[in-house]
Design a protein around this ligand. Sequence first.
Ligand SMILES: [Zn+2]
Length: 382
Amino acid sequence: MLKAVKVRLYPTSEQKQLISSQLGGARYVYNRALALRKYAYQKFGSKIGKFALINHITKLKKREQTAWLKEIDSQAIQQSIANMDKAYQYFFKGGGYPKFKSRHHSRQGYQYPQRVKIDGNKVFLPKVGWVKMKGWRKDFDGKIKTVTVSYEAYQYHASILIDMDEQDTAIKHNSKSIGLDVGVSLMVADSSGTKIKPLDLKKELSKLRTRAKQLSRKKKGSNNRAKAKARIAKQNLRITNMRKDFLHKLSRTYSENQTVVVEDLKIKNMTKATKGTVETPVKNAKAKRGLNRVITQKSWGMFFEMLNYKLRENGGQLIKVDPKFTSQTCNKCGHVSKENRKTQDKFVCDSCGHSDNADTNAAKNILARGIHGNNASLQIAV
Ligand SMILES: [Zn+2]
């Protein structure tokens, strides 16, 4: 269903001038196109098509005399030609011959197809800017088809044509929401029960270790040592890029949702301070695990940033919640106990007997916390 809403515009004096230019430009284009068509018809008995007319106006923009046409919104120009074309078709169906538009006519108007945005009590008109308006209601929700700006009796108005059945595709309104439980070694379990396999970097990491060994055998200050260092840097870069690529794909997949809930890593703090860097691999196993945690946490931080950005682009949102007890809480009855988690994988509630995959159960708790806020004071929306 199409709905036309007329609002009153309150442009600033500068915006009034810009609107006046658009009005004049649209009128000029209409008259020019009509004159050309009339001329061609009378002289050659042929009709100049819409696209030829648009091309003609584009050429005029390049001429010094008519270079001012560049200031006119190009879609408004096309719309002006389309309107003339419509008037011409009406004439062929037995209507009156299209008239030239006069600058002295009491009502002046021009039209924008699309690209008009509305934010609160302001409307964005291309080539004019954000103009204050009155008469718009929030529940006029739908896709904006055309906006006709008019000037009459010293007042500015906009007629906004909305398709109420069609949602603005720029903003996705689905109710899909999902919770994600992220773990070490780039593993994800979501609340729908899907588990994403961790990125397999075994080969690449073992290659890195080999390179590190090679480096240790090279003489300090030698050419070969410099070469060995460069090979390590190259391998590190390769691993970094593989991680990034993996996280980009993952975030793209989950950004299809309206709402994604994740744990706040600042609170979760998967890591303890560790020594060593990737370039100088640490030897003892405990320190190595710690190092892996640092890398994983950095990766998740990056993943959440990517996800947040992609969700926002789609009109969605990322919610971060306190991760406390998400792995020990029964999603069915809410009972919290360490004993609920039988093994790394298995969750069986001590109270109600509900069983689930441990990570899936945690992801469901994360989602519930984000949506229902059973720990609302700890929710952090980003
Ligand atoms: Zn339970």
